[in-house]
Design a binder for this molecule. Structure first.
Ligand SMILES: Nc1ncnc2c1ncn2[C@@H]1O[C@H](COP(=O)(O)OP(=O)(O)OP(=O)(O)O)[C@@H](O)[C@H]1O
Ligand SMILES: Nc1ccn([C@@H]2O[C@H](COP(=O)(O)O)[C@@H](O)[C@H]2O)c(=O)n1
Length: 208
């Protein structure tokens, strides 16, 4: 089994690169953010507060990882709720076994998230930490939302990303940070193709 761990802040392009790496190597791909989004959305849909530890844990224990393709998971509400439930230690613990089982898939797996290289798969042979300035990330997410026909205001997207960055980096349990042995890839000035070429070079070097 081979694991490629791809971490980074919101809208850094880690999912884009992780998906491309998985396709290149013929590995399975898991967007672990969707697990947290599913928990956050379930709590919201039940009319509860995503910061309520009991409500969030109950939701984490009952989500169905086979149903992560709900389009509602990609919305802003789900994202904000995800970063609140993600700060609750027992929620993270409840989602760990599914991620570990996925990471054991043959011939390999690519997982993207915030703590794959630090907590979920600390022994992964290849670890990338994909980042970009918050302004570049906001611009990319803003364009993505507009291209999906959604209403989007750049300043709001920027603010939402800043708030999420703050919550994700400052929480006590599994805060967002590069693993000591991760290669940081700043894609601020790169196209997707340039970033992928660089990511592939790094991963091939690590798997050699
Ligand atoms: N290097 C790049 N240049 C321009 N746009 C990019 C680049 N990388 C990714 N994008 C675009 O930026 C947006 C965010 O990328 P992506 O969804 O891969 O980020 P993410 O880090 O997985 O986000 P999230 O944290 O929400 O899961 C997408 O619209 C994607 O097409
Ligand atoms: N491994 C992970 C993945 C995600 N989170 C939290 O979920 C939020 C949404 O994640 P996206 O990747 O879809 O942006 C994110 O802001 C994190 O709070 C996490 O903690 N660990």
């Amino acid at each position: 089994m081979t694991v490629i761990a791809v971490d980074g802040p919101a809208a850094s392009g880690k999912g884009t690169l992780a998906r491309k790496l998985a396709a290149h190597f013929g590995y399975d791909y898991l967007d672990t953010g969707k697990l947290y989004r599913a928990v956050g959305l379930a709590v919201l849909n039940a009319g509860q507060d995503p910061s309520d530890a009991d409500a969030a844990l109950a939701a984490a224990q009952s989500i169905d990882p086979a149903r992560l393709d709900d389009p509602a998971l990609s919305g802003d509400d789900a994202a904000a709720a995800a970063s609140k439930v993600a700060a609750i230690g027992p929620v993270r613990a409840a989602l760990k076994d599914f991620q570990l089982a996925f990471a054991g898939r043959e011939p390999g797996a690519v997982l993207d998230g915030r703590d794959i290289g630090t907590v979920i798969c600390p022994d992964a042979p290849a670890k990338l930490f994909v980042t970009a300035t918050v302004e570049v990330r906001a611009e990319r997410r803003h364009k993505e939302l507009l291209s999906r026909g959604e209403d989007s205001i750049y300043a709001r997207v920027l603010q939402e990303l800043k708030e999420r960055d703050e919550r994700d980096t400052s929480r006590a349990d599994a805060p967002l940070r590069p693993a000591d042995d991760a290669q940081v890839l700043d894609t601020s000035a790169m196209t997707i193709e340039e970033a992928f070429a660089e990511a592939l070079k790094i991963v091939e070097g690590r798997l050699a």
